[in-house]
Design a protein around this ligand. Structure first.
Ligand code: AP5
Length: 209
């Protein structure tokens, strides 16, 4: 299965992508995670991307398209993938159309104020990319990753101001992609409110259609 997770910041794309990837035995490919590692390593790509990410803007298409298509060519992605955070613009979608046949696009939607609450309460593991929420999905030990034991951090772009900027960026540039995939008959709208497991079951149900 080749699946795209679409949806605004904080809707739960990453959380659900991890569960789906485990269930289907395919890699979870998050362009946000890849870019954050490039920023942390201060690579050329990371240095070019950082100012856009910190401001809640999109990293330029040419950089992201090259990075993502290269990742999709890796051997582990041959059997399928869950793509999280890509595409975000029409040129990115068109580049992907040429590179791979997508089976389904899960389009998560949620009230904007819930998006803000989810993002500003998020803590992430800078080592293994596990995602937690201070209230709804806390780690067993405060500030420590359940999976690898690293110290959790808050993302630089998870302040309320930047989250609201990211939601605006999404509404202007990414939300229109839903129409692109609806026209292909592969869009599956899923309401992202409720417990993580409840949303996961809704996604599985939507993928059966
Ligand atoms: P990226 O990392 O992709 O961020 P995003 O799309 O803004 O999405 P988020 O990671 O914020 O949210 P999510 O939907 O994955 O939610 P999560 O599961 O974490 O991108 C970051 C930046 O990189 C972009 O702004 C851009 O600059 C750049 N970038 C990346 N890709 C790009 C591209 N293709 N082109 C150009 N630029 C690109 O959940 C959120 C929180 O809610 C967590 O705390 C979680 O524990 C909690 N939660 C999840 N589900 C539930 C639930 N059901 N109930 C309660 N809490 C829940």
């Amino acid at each position: 299965m080749r699946i795209i997770m679409l949806g605004p910041p904080g809707a739960g794309k990453g959380t659900q992508a991890v569960k789906l990837a485990e269930r289907l035995g395919v890699p979870h490919i998050s362009t946000g995670d890849i870019l954050r590692h490039e920023v942390a390593k201060k690579t050329k790509l990371g240095q070019a991307a950082h100012k856009y990410m910190a401001a809640g803007k999109l990293v330029p298409d040419d950089l992201v398209i090259e990075m993502t298509l290269k990742r999709l060519k890796a051997p582990d992605a041959r059997k399928g993938f869950i793509l999280d955070g890509y595409p975000r613009t029409l040129p990115q979608a068109q580049a992907l159309d040429k590179a791979a046949k997508i089976d389904a696009v899960v389009n998560l939607f949620l009230d904007p104020e819930d998006l803000v609450k989810r993002s500003t309460g998020r803590w992430v593991c800078p080592n293994c990319d596990a995602v937690y929420h201070v209230l709804t999905n806390p780690p067993a030990k405060r500030g420590v990753c359940d999976k690898c034991g690293s110290a959790l951090v808050q993302r630089e772009d998870d302040t309320e101001k930047v989250v609201r900027a990211r939601i605006r960026t999404y509404d202007d540039l990414t939300e229109p992609l839903a129409a692109h995939y609806r026209a292909k008959g592969i869009l599956r709208d899923v309401y992202a409110s409720g417990h993580i497991e409840e949303v996961h079951q809704r996604i599985l149900e939507a993928l059966r259609k």
